[in-house]
Ligand binder design. Sequence first.
Ligand SMILES: C[S@@+](CC[C@H](N)C(=O)[O-])C[C@H]1O[C@@H](n2cnc3c(N)ncnc32)[C@H](O)[C@@H]1O
Length: 256
Amino acid sequence: MIILNLINLKRLVLNIIKTKSNVLIWYNKKRFHRGINTFYSELYGCQVIAKAFIFSYSNPFVREFILRALKGKTLELNLNNLIEGRIDLVCRCISNSLFVSNNVRRDVVIHIVLEGSGDPPRTVSFFGETIKRLGLDEKSIAIILKNALYIGKGLKLGEERDVQDGVKISKKSFEALIRERKNIYYLHTKGKDLREVKFSKDYVFVFGDYIGMPRKTESLLDRLGAKRISLGEKMYFASHCITIVNYELDRLITVQ
Ligand SMILES: C[S@@+](CC[C@H](N)C(=O)[O-])C[C@H]1O[C@@H](n2cnc3c(N)ncnc32)[C@H](O)[C@@H]1O
């Protein structure tokens, strides 16, 4: 049985053609519209056996990125100095993960774990599926981060608050986030070539910022069975890595 989300329509069609298997359609209630009927009828060769009005970011087909920003400030941002704590880099990662030309990647979630001065940790999560009002440029994204930190003031460990559509802030550590996830891919220059990796259906990519990943965290990633994958020998910016991963996965899905 294949469990699918509408976002993965292309993959769905390809799998149907390949396997002619039973399909459980799993879609977002908000997206339910008349078109879905056409969609059903087009599922030539397979039997639709159930519908589920369930969607959350634990959806197994969401492409998830987790960036650890070791110096990212956790209480207050200075919009006139985004270099401080390398918020400029963080903003580029958010932009590269969520946008393609003229569109938002609805199947992407990115979590930014800020661990700099103030009241660490703070995790700001952006959900492509529901995001609205997100500018492409660093300053606009930094304004959302600043607002998120303001809303997140006083959060207790494990607590979460809504910032705006598709953006949440929580007081959650990097370790806690990765412990909740399966099939983690840790981006590392010495890992297995990404092009040789047979990906499972859920993608959680974790990577360090300009400082890199602390040794202790690397050991935890190893214990959790994270697979190290490489984009080559050159050390890229974290924001470059996101673009490369998005590109490679786009190709994989298109040519599968
Ligand atoms: C700017 S780099 C970190 C540089 C840091 N000084 C270091 O030595 O780790 C940011 C992150 O991007 C990822 N990265 C960069 N180049 C990569 C590559 N060629 N393959 C896989 N991951 C890469 C790693 O996760 C790295 O922690």
